[in-house]
Design a protein. Structure first.
Lengths: 328, 165, 391
């Protein structure tokens, strides 16, 4: 059975004032997050992945595979997993897999890692969601990275248990080819979230024989009201989700969201805790049971989220409009 | 500033790694660009020597007028970092207010985007952040000169009087 | 080994932003002024040395010596471009002196020129950075101002000197820049104004940093006997030329290196000219950043290490002090048109020795002068000594 032997996370230190940003762009409504964890102009999904991975690896270089999941790779046609691997000075012969992922990419990566036969696998979910000010969605520049070392051989501190999936063919969030800004249909999204997540959670319960309400904590990629409502119908209690919620603090961080929720869950776990990782993206929900077999050494994810230095609207604007975005 | 994707291909992996050059003869460390000249003894053969990434600031300035690739990051701190292994490197120190840094501040290396080249090639390499590790590794005698802060501003005397024309 | 290279003619353009003039226009203007001053026809020039640093970056053109040779009318004499970072103008002068001293040439022209203002500051800064290792140290976000700021901080820490102590250098330079009709910046300032000027690279502030300037300066040099044969002309000669290289990487540059950069070639130059530091009446010392003036004063032997900043405060380096340092306003006020600067320093010293410097900046009875130019992070040291030698 595949186990987790180590984990790490990186949350940028800067906090952008989402309320002011929305006002500036003329977006109505109450901001969904207090602030955004905004990567600095010289950071991106690769540099954040590097930080999280370095923390998880703690100097280890004997890694057989690197799998990265992100919606915002620095390049198309170049493997981020390979550059990350080189930056970390990992073994030359490691397998490098880039997943063209959405918010459930991390769990897809766990599924793949569990089947590989190359020794320890570094699984990284890193993301940077960028401003969509012309669209109906929130204006954002929020990012983070999470890294997990998965080992089929060793006995880690947690076992990666069974997964269950449910999917509908929907147009909720999509890109046409290699467009920059996603297209949205929020009505479809809100509808799909709840429905599909519930089906996946139910399907998992059937496999594991553990009711949703009996997990120590639930680690959802998005504690969206629809998701909470569906989970509530399955008997989930607020206490299961409180400790793993962060979107209201630092915003949606895409593929890294379920990773951060999981890190929060692991930090607070004990021997015998059962975590339910729940990720939704592109019409598909993935649910996975993770069982803690030894209390892990926490990495202080909550402190990373609660900490942070406010930046002014002008700075946020400079970094997102950013000269770095234009080749020069 | 680097010129092109060809040049960065040539530099690629070394720029992703933090290393110094160790002289085959005198064993002293020189910065990573000294591939053919030890600047301690002048010997012509040096070998790559990996650095752990921790060091302290021995000198610094704050840049208000950046070159193109640092536009948007000013004001930023550029320091001379004495790495724990005993070699001094120049590097930016990010994420710290200019008045919060001083000679002696411990720093740790991190990977950052240095530049988006004109061919759309992104160069990654090392910058530093303040190290919040409570137990810094003890370096070979960290020669830290007593940091003489500039004297407080006293009221400036007017221009010396009666300069003969 | 002694040398007497005659300075037959000098000429320079105004030093400021000149959008209406191209690099070529500047070069031709200075060259023609020098030829007119020398009373020499272009066809008499046997070799042209053009100092020009960044034309590929600033102006998208290369081979500017060949361009100048054509437009000045010195074709078919040889023409070559000289580049040694900010020491370029002095290097062009050195080669001109060597050409004469070798006996191979009778009359040559030295032309330093630069046009920096066709691009925005941020572009200019990046191009100037190419005169240091732009790929390695400067990859880390250093620029010339910030690299020099590191030296300033080292100096302040080593000798217990405050920012205010250093501010006096800018006050002195600006006093004379205000009196220099061809200077870029022509305003006086107080210590307080220097201290309050916007920061450029901590601890360097705006009034301690030179502007980007468009200019050209030229000299016509000749064999001693040619100038001697025209006793009605001012008998000013270049009597020493001494060049050195130094630190290429800021990370390895020490205060001792900064001192040596001038001290070593200056020692040879004094010997060559048969004079000592005490004999110098007037000096033009490279100071694109204010801290370089104290360092230069020390390297030339006018003050002990760590003491060079004092003269601007106590008056000993003002016009009528022990030695007049930068009575032109220095690079702080004249600006630093990279390729022209070393040549401008020479033109300004020659004017001092001729007694034709503008009112308010003429050193009385100046007979022996020195120009000290530097380049790169600490990579070029160039010393020239000039003397008025009546026959």
């Amino acid at each position: 059975m595949a186990t987790l032997t180590s984990y790490g996370a990186y949350v940028p230190q800067y906090r952008a004032p989402l309320g002011e940003i929305q006002k500036f762009y003329g977006r109505p409504g109450r901001p969904r997050s207090r602030a955004l964890a905004t990567p600095s102009i010289d950071e991106d999904t690769l540099t954040m992945a590097f930080e999280a991975s370095r923390d998880a690896l703690k100097g280890e270089r004997g890694v057989g595979a690197v799998i990265t999941a992100t919606q915002a790779p620095p390049f198309g046609l170049r493997k981020m997993s390979a550059t990350l691997s080189r930056a970390l000075r990992l073994d030359d012969g490691a397998v490098h897999i880039d997943l063209g992922a959405n918010a459930n990419g991390l769990l897809d990566a766990f599924r793949i890692a569990a089947t590989l036969d190359v020794g320890p696998t570094l699984v990284v979910a890193t993301d940077h969601l960028v401003a969509y000010r012309d669209r109906v969605a929130d204006v954002l520049s929020a990012g983070a990275a999470t890294a997990f070392l998965v080992d089929p051989g060793k006995t880690g501190f947690a076992t990666l248990g069974p997964q269950a999936r449910a999917a509908d063919e929907v147009f909720d969030v999509w890109l046409l080819g290699r467009e920059q800004e996603p297209r949205f249909r929020l009505e479809v999204l809100f509808d799909s979230y709840g429905k599909v997540t519930a089906r996946a959670a139910k399907a998992l319960a059937a496999i594991t024989k553990r009711e949703t309400s009996r997990y120590t904590s639930i680690c959802p990629s998005q504690p969206h009201p629809q998701v909470l409502r569906s989970l509530g119908k399955l008997g989930a209690r607020p206490e299961q989700i409180e400790g793993t919620s962060f979107v209201g603090d630092i915003g949606n961080v895409g593929a890294a969201s379920v990773g951060l929720a999981l890190c929060l869950g692991l930090d607070a776990s004990r021997k015998g805790s059962n975590l339910l990782a729940l990720a939704y993206g592109g019409g598909e929900a993935v649910a996975q049971e993770i069982t803690v077999t030894a209390k892990p050494k926490g990495i202080g994810t909550r402190e990373m989220i609660d900490g942070g230095e406010p930046i002014a609207l002008g700075t946020y604007y400079r970094w997102t409009e950013g000269r770095q975005q234009q080749p020069h | 500033m680097t010129v092109s994707a060809i040049e960065f291909t040539r530099l690629g992996a070394p720029k992703l790694h933090l290393f110094a050059m160790k002289c085959d003869k005198c064993k002293e460390l020189s910065p990573w660009w000294e591939r053919s000249h030890c600047y301690k003894c002048g010997h012509d053969t040096l070998t790559e020597f990996e650095l752990a990434g921790k060091g302290e600031i021995t000198n610094y300035t704050v840049v208000y007028y950046p070159p193109r690739e640092f536009l948007g990051q000013e004001p930023y701190v550029v320091g001379h970092i004495l790495m724990d292994e005993g070699v001094t490197l120049p590097a930016p120190v990010m994420g710290v207010a200019p008045d919060a840094v001083e000679v002696g501040t411990r720093v740790a290396a991190t990977l950052r985007r240095m530049k988006l080249g004109h061919e759309g090639d992104i160069y990654y390499s090392y910058k530093f952040v303040v190290d919040d590790d409570p137990a810094p590794k003890k370096a070979a005698p960290a020669r830290r000169a007593a940091a003489k802060k500039p004297a407080a501003k006293t009221p400036a005397p007017r221009r010396p009087a009666a300069r003969k024309k | 080994m002694s040398m007497r290279v005659g300075v037959l003619g000098i000429g320079k353009t105004p030093h400021k932003i000149q959008h209406e003039k191209s690099l070529k226009d500047l070069g031709v203007e200075a060259g023609r002024k020098a030829l007119a001053d020398a009373g020499v026809d272009p066809s008499e020039i046997q070799m042209l040395y053009v100092g020009n640093v960044g034309s590929v970056g600033f102006n998208y053109e290369n081979s500017t010596a060949l361009m100048a040779a054509h437009h000045l009318g010195v074709v078919p004499a040889g023409a070559v471009r000289v580049e040694a970072a900010c020491g370029t103008g002095a290097w062009a002068l050195h080669l001109g002196c060597v050409a004469i001293a070798s006996g191979l040439y009778d009359t040559v022209m030295v032309l330093g020129m630069e046009k920096m203002n066709d691009l925005a500051t941020v572009e200019g800064t990046s191009i100037i950075a190419q005169a240091a290792d732009s790929k390695e140290e400067y990859f880390s976000g250093l620029t010339f101002p910030s690299g020099t700021a590191l030296t300033a901080r080292k100096y302040m820490q080593a000798y217990g000197v405050s920012e205010e102590d250093l501010a006096h250098t800018s006050v002195k330079n600006h006093f004379y820049g205000a009196r220099n009709p061809s200077a870029h910046l022509r305003f006086e300032c107080t210590v307080e104004e220097v201290m309050n000027s916007p920061k450029v690279a901590d601890p360097l502030k705006l009034y301690e940093v030179c502007p980007m300037t468009d200019a050209a300066s030229a000299l016509v040099l000749c064999r001693e006997d040619i100038l001697r044969a025209q006793p009605n002309r001012p008998q000013v000669y270049v009597t020493a030329t001494s060049m050195a290289s130094g630190t290429w990487y800021q990370a390895s540059d020490t205060l001792q290196d900064a001192y040596n950069l001038f001290h070593r070639p200056a020692t040879r130059a004094y010997e060559m000219a048969g004079v000592t530091a005490k004999d110098i009446d007037v000096a033009e010392i490279y100071n694109s950043f204010a801290i370089q003036e104290p360092l230069g004063i020390e390297g030339l032997g006018f003050a002990k290490m760590g003491q060079g900043w004092k003269g601007a405060k106590d008056g000993s380096t003002w016009l009528d002090g022990k030695i007049a340092v930068n009575p032109s306003g220095g690079l702080l006020c004249k600006g630093h048109p990279l390729g022209a600067t070393g040549a401008t320093q020479a033109v300004d010293i020659v004017e001092q020795l001729r007694g034709t410097a503008p009112e308010g900046m003429q050193r009385a009875d100046a007979e022996i002068g020195i120009s000290a130019c530097r380049g790169g992070p600490g990579s070029v040291g160039a010393i020239h000594i000039y003397q008025r030698l009546e026959g």
